[in-house]
Design a protein around this ligand. Structure first.
Ligand SMILES: Nc1ncnc2c1ncn2[C@@H]1O[C@H](C[S@+](CC[C@H]([NH3+])C(=O)[O-])CC(=O)[O-])[C@@H](O)[C@H]1O
Ligand SMILES: O=C(O)C(=O)Cc1ccccc1
Length: 250
């Protein structure tokens, strides 16, 4: 059993009623339950992690960098390492939560894959990247202030080599209100089936309201094309959780 699995204690953060629900933050309390929280909250999470590693392997080139931005406990970095053992790449995971970074480092250290994984504590808005064949943001862009998103995409595009890809996974908003509310209800059913109560669902929703700002898929696509990417395509979707990738022309 890995360090990560041993530490997977159950998420009870929103079980009791709170007078005032604080804004969600990736603090020690969240880090302690993160594997359980993310698995029970994001439909298809494990499939996306595995698929990102496999998809990345189609685009990695020797001596290039692969970035995992908003790496949390390093699930994407480890999947990339697992599926790229024959490829000579450097994997760099970045997160701005010190509690996450500390736990992430211990987690990746418990594995031995061929390629090195470097974990850095930094805000991805300020972080310098270069020589990237693949950049992954797995459910991270939604936590970046909307006014910073265009500039961040330009920076990532510039860091990619020709033929490189950006893999983005995001919770999305649907453009039609009635359709959006139907899918949000189905997501809440998914959480209920995973043992969360109505109180837990609603308190976490309140906590996320000001910090997780969702875009429509059409905005993501428009932003990436405007940035200069040659094409954008969805490779995985369950309900309002989408994973897509964009390629830089040769
Ligand atoms: N500005 C920022 N700079 C750096 N990190 C940030 C920033 N803002 C948020 N984060 C970090 O982005 C991560 C988002 S979780 C990603 C899951 C992971 N990718 C996974 O595949 O397991 C998504 C979720 O929990 O829904 C957290 O670890 C934050 O600390
Ligand atoms: O829990 C939710 O409702 C989500 O939308 C996903 C999520 C998962 C883990 C941390 C923050 C948000």
């Amino acid at each position: 059993m890995s360090e990560y699995e041993k530490k997977a204690s159950p998420d009870k953060i929103y079980q009791n009623p709170q007078n005032k629900v604080d804004d969600f933050s990736f603090n020690r309390q969240v880090v302690d339950v993160f594997p359980d929280m993310i698995e029970r909250s994001i439909p298809g999470y494990a499939k996306i992690i595995d698929g990102v590693g496999r998809l990345a392997a189609k685009f990695t080139v020797p001596k290039s960098n692969v970035y995992d931005l908003g790496c949390s406990l390093g699930a994407v970095s480890l999947s990339i390492a697992k599926h790229n053992q024959q490829h000579d790449i450097q994997i760099i995971g970045v997160d701005n939560s010190s509690a996450m970074v500390e736990r992430c480092q211990r987690h990746v250290d418990s594995y031995t894959y061929a390629n090195p994984i470097h974990i850095k504590e930094a805000d991805i808005v300020d972080f310098d990247l270069n020589n990237a064949s693949v950049i992954v943001m797995n459910f991270t862009l939604q936590f970046i202030q909307p006014k910073r998103r265009d500039a961040l995409m330009i920076k990532l595009f510039d860091a990619l080599i020709p033929g490189g890809v950006l893999i983005l996974s995001e919770k999305i908003k649907l453009s039609h209100e009635v359709m959006d509310s139907a899918i949000v209800d189905l997501h809440h059913d998914f959480k209920r089936e995973n043992g969360y109560s109505d109180l837990e669902i609603s308190q976490k929703r309140t906590a996320l309201e000001n910090v997780m700002i969702l875009d429509e898929y059409s905005l993501h696509q428009k932003r990436l094309l405007k940035t200069g990417f040659e094409a954008v395509s969805i490779w995985y979707q369950q309900l309002n959780f989408v994973s897509f990738f964009a390629i830089k022309g040769q």
